[in-house]
Ligand binder design. Structure first.
Ligand code: GLN
Length: 488
């Protein structure tokens, strides 16, 4: 069997027993990528030679020594491209520095390997907004892997990556993890430094792991989390109400007896695919049999989530994307007569339709006259949504919902209807608005057009309580066989 289909934990065990070398891993991975990537289109680029050199000198005594990790193409790795799935950064941008997560993973011995496809500037739920075309879902190549971190998900699920990083502004780690049958963890806002992640909506963005198992997600979080002087919103373990966790794997394997799990009735209402509802309800029964206490709760402002998110995220994006002006870096239009014309032409040529739509929306809701009616109003709604969660967490330890109300879309299904795709984010955006941690774990399959399509279960935690989330997800995973299934 190719080493590409293994987990971080299993490879680390083999490395320490000296059964394999880091070069064996990278060689198997490259072979698997050559074979599968033309069909999946998960990787946009990779530098095998430099990864192989890093493998040759890898220190296997380090905790992630010799483990290749794939990066969503919006996280900077020095010397490599960072296109953000956009034409505007495709031609002439090479990262001049490492993101903090890159530095941290390198310090732990990991080898950054491969740039993974995503929706342009992480805007989307399918990778169809990538300027380089969509990635494919390994379970059904006619369907999307989800988005925006769809390349990161497709690669792990297709066994052409060991584990990858994604970024999650409104669900972009959890939803593709659900669509591809993986584990995807969005940490509490501030847990992981955003330095070197190309900003989409700064008050919502978080980097997190996409892995084959819960254990791998915990292992990676150990090396991603922590205060960073380059990101003033990052928090150290043990500060500002953050309970210090020195090892996120420490509670894996502990039971979940008497854990209080809340089912928000608003997340099980109309609009959920009936088979998805059924799979999630089966999972609830399983958790109950493991000793958890299940109770129905209410998060009454859930219905405001999509509208609130699609005002605040574009507002922040319109400000963050102002830096792409064709002057400092990125695509530069030629033959223009003055500066304004130059800006218009460079941005007009460089950005795709979804990014333009968001910039228009964002500048509109921030413009004088509409600022109070939209932006301020949305900020108030954001507080209501956060308060709903705070009240619920007085009663329960963990909240459970489907990750996505719908199965993976067919490629092109929402081409003419962006709003339909926005609506499918209903269960994920609320966590970003409230800053809460969330994890998606596989909870079964549904059958559509003769294909088995993965279903994801979302667990939502109290702020900075990733440990309980991981323990719960792990207990469920170990009681089921879903994570052992591979696409044929
Ligand atoms: N699908 C959402 C959007 O299009 C979320 C994206 C994300 O989390 N990066 O904005």
């Amino acid at each position: 069997m190719s080493l590409a289909s293994e987990t971080i934990a299993s490879l680390r065990a083999k490395l320490t027993r000296k059964e394999i070398t880091p070069v064996d891993i990278i060689t198997d991975l490259e072979a698997a990528i050559i074979k599968q990537n033309p069909a999946l289109h998960a990787y946009l680029s990779r530098d095998f030679d430099s990864a192989k050199r890093a493998a040759e000198s890898a220190d296997i005594t380090l905790p992630l020594g010799g483990i290749p990790i794939g990066f969503k193409d919006n996280i900077n790795v020095r010397g490599e491209p960072c296109t953000c799935g956009s034409k505007i950064l495709a031609e002439n941008y090479t990262a001049t520095y490492d993101a903090t997560v890159t530095t941290k993973l390198r310090n732990a011995g990991a080898i950054p390997f491969g740039r993974l496809n995503c929706d342009e500037f992480a805007m989307g739920s399918s990778t169809e907004n990538s300027a380089f075309g969509p990635s494919r879902n390994p379970w059904d190549h006619a369907r999307v892997p989800g988005g925006s971190s769809g390349g990161s998900a497709s690669a792990v699920a297709g066994d052409i990556a060991i584990a990858t990083l994604g970024s999650d502004t409104g669900g972009s780690i959890r939803q593709p993890a659900a669509f591809c049958g993986l584990v995807g963890l969005k940490p509490t806002y501030g847990t992981v430094s955003r330095y070197g992640l190309v900003a989409f909506a700064s008050s919502l963005d978080q980097i997190g792991p996409m892995t084959k198992t819960v254990e791998d997600a915990a292992i990676l979080l150990n090396h991603l989390a922590g205060k960073d002087t380059h990101d003033s919103t990052s928090l150290s373990q043990g500060s500002a109400g953050v309970s210090p966790v020195s090892d996120f794997t420490a509670n894996l394997g502990k039971d979940i007896k008497n854990l209080r799990i809340g089912l928000p009735k608003e997340y099980f209402a109309e609009g959920i695919h009936p088979q998805i509802r059924d799979r999630v309800q089966q999972a609830v029964k399983q958790l109950e049999s493991l000793g958890a206490n299940i109770e129905e709760i209410s998060l009454p402002h859930t219905g405001l989530g999509i509208a609130t998110y699609y005002i605040l995220a574009p507002a922040e994006a319109s400000a963050n994307l102002a830096r792409f002006d064709g002057v400092r870096y990125g695509h530069r239009a030629i033959g223009t007569n003055d500066v304004l014309e130059h800006y218009f032409a460079s941005r007009g040529e460089g950005f795709g339709p979804e990014v333009k739509r968001r910039i228009l929306l964002g500048t509109y809701v921030l413009s004088s006259g509409y600022y109070d009616a939209y932006y301020i109003k949305a900020q108030k709604a954001r507080t209501l949504i956060r308060d709903d969660f705070s009240a619920a967490f007085m009663k329960v330890d963990v909240i459970l919902s489907p990750t996505s109300p719908v199965p993976p879309f067919r490629i092109g299904e929402h081409r003419d209807d962006p709003l339909a795709m926005y609506l499918a984010d209903a269960f994920t955006v609320t966590l970003n608005l409230a800053g809460l941690p969330g994890i998606s774990v596989p909870c079964g399959f549904i059958e559509e057009e003769g294909k088995a399509l993965p279903v994801g279960l979302q667990l939502i935690g109290k702020p900075h309580d990733e440990s309980t989330l991981l323990r719960t997800a792990h207990a469920y995973e170990q009681a089921t066989e879903w994570h052992k299934q591979h696409p044929r």
